[in-house]
Design a protein around this ligand. Structure first.
Ligand SMILES: *Cc1c(COP(=O)(O)O)cnc(C)c1O
Length: 393
């Protein structure tokens, strides 16, 4: 079984590029050039240099002693929370801004839901002196005012999407419309392993630095480059794709994907896409998504903004359908408790997205000598308000 992209742009039955004809030239230009550009020594050199000096990589692989003791297994945390801007997303935006430059683009567009990807995009546009326009649903702009302010501070223009439900999917439609109208000078930075081929593969390759580092760091600390388990939360799936990438074909490395069950998988307020989703097309690719009987996309819900997405990337749909990865759903309550636990056992306040991955220990037990690597996708500063409300701190 192949768990990587095939030469037609599919992971098993999932993926492809289901796009309006007007968008075809833009996506085709990227498809024809992305691998060649990524292989250029000049591209690699600049990407690696920025990851080191700007992002602060390699991020540590930290043995969590007290957490390990509590769950009687060996738990390592891959510290993406220590990256500049506080999460893994910047690995991808650095890669894509360099890609845009190599393609001769001067203008960047992006869509954002909670604002995290918008901030990561605005950051790299400031770094490179590129024009940046971020589309964001009008309702999301009101809910996520601090991130809107961050983007403005970084010099980006935030354009409200005022149609439909005024949230992420409407912002995505606006961004696609913009790209159709500006095919020559504009690159569209997508923030996860979603979208039409080649985006899922390109984003996975930029995030693959996570598992590349895990292998080297584990070798130094445990004298093996293979953990028994790699665990990551899945919204669109980019931090998971990066943490799994170099282990995809090592089937003795177990992959665990953690989804947001919201108020319960079957509560009607959930984002547990693999459990609830059916095959369909979202954001230009064929994947699993939450939809009504007549194919309308269902509004997802999770306490964590980054997991509140009605689909999963096509790589993950294939990992689910093939059984390569085990999918676990974690409720809001379970995640919040796990976030508090990590804070008090290890002195690390995680993003609420990551707290979902940390909550698996109450559903699943491990052997004493198992090496379990959890991808700590982001830090919790952005979520403090939520933690305060929940725990009445
Ligand atoms: C955005 C985000 C996620 C979810 O996105 P993926 O593409 O699934 O990784 C997870 N954790 C953090 C901290 C995020 O900011």
């Amino acid at each position: 079984m192949n768990y990587n992209i095939n030469n037609k742009g599919y992971y098993g039955d999932f993926g492809g590029a289901f796009i309006p004809e007007m968008l075809y030239p833009n996506v085709e230009e990227l498809r024809l050039n992305y691998l060649e550009i990524m292989r250029k020594p000049s591209f690699k050199k600049e990407f690696e240099q920025l990851l080191k000096d700007y992002v602060g990589r390699p991020s540590p692989l930290y043995f969590a002693k007290r957490l390990s003791k509590k769950y009687n297994t060996k738990i390592y945390l891959k510290r993406e929370d220590l990256n500049h801007t506080g999460a893994h997303k910047v690995n991808n935006t650095i890669g894509q801004i360099l890609m845009a430059q190599h393609l001769g683009k001067t203008r960047i567009i992006a869509e954002t839901g909670a604002g995290q990807h918008g901030v990561a995009t605005a950051t790299v546009c400031a770094l490179m002196g590129m024009q940046c326009i971020v589309y964001m649903g009008e309702i999301d702009m009101a809910r996520q005012a601090p991130n809107v302010a961050r983007m403005k501070m970084l010099g980006a223009e935030v354009r409200p999407a005022k149609s439909g439900s005024k949230t992420l999917k409407d912002a995505t439609n606006e961004a696609i419309r913009d790209w159709i109208n500006n095919p020559i000078d504009t690159h569209y930075i997508i923030g996860s392993v979603v979208g039409p081929h080649p985006y899922p593969d390109m984003v996975a390759r930029f995030q693959a630095v996570i598992s590349e580092e895990i292998k080297v760091q584990l070798k130094a600390q445990e004298n093996t480059d293979k953990p028994d388990y790699v665990v990551a939360c899945v919204g669109g799936g980019s931090n998971a794709a990066g943490a799994y990438y170099h282990f995809l074909n090592d089937t003795d490395v177990n992959l665990i994907a953690v989804e947001a069950a919201g108020k319960g998988v079957y509560s009607g307020e959930s984002a547990a896409t693999s459990m609830l989703g059916r095959e369909g097309i979202i954001h230009g690719s064929k994947t699993l998504l939450m939809q009504t009987d007549d194919g309308q996309i269902t509004e997802p819900y999770s306490i964590s903004a980054g997991l509140d997405y009605p689909g999963i990337g096509p790589m993950h749909a294939h990992l689910y359908a093939s059984g390569r990865a085990e999918f676990i759903s974690i409720t809001d309550d379970e995640a919040m408790i796990a976030g508090l636990e990590l804070s008090q056992l290890e002195g690390i306040i995680p993003a609420i997205e990551t707290s979902h991955a940390l909550a698996i220990f109450n559903q699943k037990t491990f052997q004493k000598n198992d090496i379990v690597v959890i991808n700590l996708s982001g830090r919790g500063d952005k979520d403090l308000e939520n933690y305060i409300d929940y725990f009445k701190l």
